[in-house]
Design a binder for this molecule. Structure first.
Ligand code: ATP
Ligand code: MG
Length: 221
């Protein structure tokens, strides 16, 4: 089954030049897609389109379609898309809002009608997977870039979306944390999650079953 279909997607930030140009691809459930390409080629912008941030949050001019499980992202509210697609941003500072790591992880779950006991179970499981239990009482703002990235990964995992997008999530991590996250990615994929990895590091893209290479807003291979 197709979880994601992108059809002739074009995008320009408000009044800017076109940064995505006629992107078409589709992804089967449980696949692991790698996206690579030079700086400025449009990878992050594509991630915003796949997660509904474009057009719901960033505006700009979007043409073509992105379908998540057959539904057009233009027609589903961002909150509903977020239940199906999780994204870990390239800049973890964009994602951090709460005064402690534990609160940060609980935040996304609290308005989903889940019991406090289940919330606790899910956030501890996510912290354990990513290896950040020891940071649970820290203020995320005061963590290092790599630690913030790990918090953002755990927060996304706690929400248990079907599709997870990692936008250069490994770039700020040391070797040990990279290996930990790569093994989390493998595990998630094994249990049927669909993953999209945007990376410059060939090491992370080794996991990918299919790789798209972007250049100047287009898929070149
Ligand atoms: N908020 C914005 N407003 C206007 N233009 C933007 C904005 N964000 C990105 N761009 C432009 O869109 C193009 C694609 O940027 P994008 O961040 O998608 O590239 P990228 O492939 O993720 O690059 P990197 O490898 O550096 O992360 C760039 O030319 C960039 O200048
Ligand atoms: Mg980027």
């Amino acid at each position: 089954m197709k979880v994601l279909q992108v059809e002739h997607l074009c995008y320009s930030y408000h009044l800017g030049k076109q940064v995505l140009r006629d992107i078409t691809f589709e992804l089967e459930s449980g696949n692991l897609l790698g996206i690579t390409g030079t700086n400025g080629s449009g990878k992050t912008t594509l991630c915003y389109c796949l997660s509904g941030i474009i057009p719901h949050y960033l505006g700009g001019i979007m043409e073509g379609k992105v379908l998540i499980n057959g539904r057009d992202t233009k027609e589903i509210p961002l909150g509903v898309i977020a239940r199906e697609v999780g994204i870990i941003f390239q800049d973890p500072n964009l994602q951090i809002m709460m005064p402690t790591v534990e609160d940060e992880l609980a935040f996304g779950l609290e308005n989903r009608g889940i019991t406090p006991a289940l919330i606790r179970e899910r956030i501890y499981e996510a912290m354990e997977l990513v290896g950040i239990i020891k940071l649970k009482d820290e203020n995320p703002v005061h963590l290092s870039g790599g630690e913030k990235q790990l918090v953002a990964i755990a927060a996304a995992l706690a929400l248990e979306p079907e599709i997870i997008i990692f936008d250069e999530s490994l770039s700020m991590l040391d070797e040990a944390a990279q290996n930990r996250i790569i093994s989390v990615m493998e595990r998630l994929n094994k249990i049927g999650k669909t993953l999209i990895l945007v990376e410059h590091t060939p090491k992370a893209l080794k996991l990918a079953k299919k790789i798209l290479v972007m250049e100047d807003g287009k898929i070149i291979t």
